[in-house]
Design a binder for this molecule. Structure first.
Ligand code: 3PG
Length: 210
């Protein structure tokens, strides 16, 4: 199943949450909701990320997915923990099959023409362009878009408030992923009002995107 989140103002952004501890899940979910972006991608980068994902998925009104999913086993565990969509930095046959079996929207990652073509051959029409900035950013993405006019992209990696609108202005960019609206410093300090303010600023930016 390709990635059918209906991207519209407020949903043109996929906040990437690297939860440092499962205890962060509840206040972080509250900050996302209060700031006006009711979506979260929890990255599977720490041993108890699934515990955090499960808690976040329990926050009413929040659409929660799993990110950094590299294997079919991880995908199944993420869905069992409550992920309603799955994002990966790559694509393998095993992942594509597991996503189909689980019936969840799946966003595979690709950054080269070959990887994009393999994803297209596997039936995917929306692809995460990752890692966006280290791979050449908008300049490289523009060139790839010309080669793949039928593909829609969700660039992620190194994107900030300063660059997000430039990405979203491209007609083949349907959404952008990033973690800049959930600053680690504010979270470590327990400044959830500050995190909410960052999320709200991001939501306003999204709303200003044409
Ligand atoms: C991801 O996993 O999608 C990225 O790590 C998010 O990138 P960022 O933290 O640079 O926004």
């Amino acid at each position: 199943m390709t990635f059918p989140l209906s991207f519209r103002p407020g949903f043109q952004i996929v906040p990437v949450c690297n939860l440092t501890t499962p205890e962060e899940a509840s206040p972080l979910g509250g900050a996302l909701l209060a700031g006006g972006i009711p979506v979260a991608e929890v990255t599977l980068r720490s041993p108890d990320a699934l515990v955090g994902l499960k808690r976040l998925a329990g926050v009413d009104g929040l659409t929660v997915g799993a990110g950094t999913v590299r294997t079919a086993v991880q995908l199944r565990r993420a869905v069992d923990a409550g992920a309603s969509f799955v994002v990966s930095p790559l694509l393998t046959e095993g992942l594509a099959l597991a996503a189909r079996d689980a019936g969840v929207p799946f966003l595979p990652g690709a950054v080269t023409a070959r990887e994009i073509q393999l994803a297209v051959d596997a039936g995917f029409t929306t692809i995460k362009f990752f890692p966006a900035e280290p791979s050449g950013g908008l300049r490289v993405l523009r060139a790839l878009c010309e080669v793949f006019p039928e593909v829609r992209f969700v660039p992620t990696g190194g994107i900030s408030a300063a660059t997000v609108l430039d990405y979203l202005a491209h007609p083949q960019v349907v959404a952008v992923g990033g973690s800049w609206m959930l600053p680690q410093g504010l979270r470590a300090a327990g400044d959830w009002a500050g995190v909410t303010a960052e999320v709200a600023a991001c939501a306003r930016l999204m709303a200003s995107s044409p």
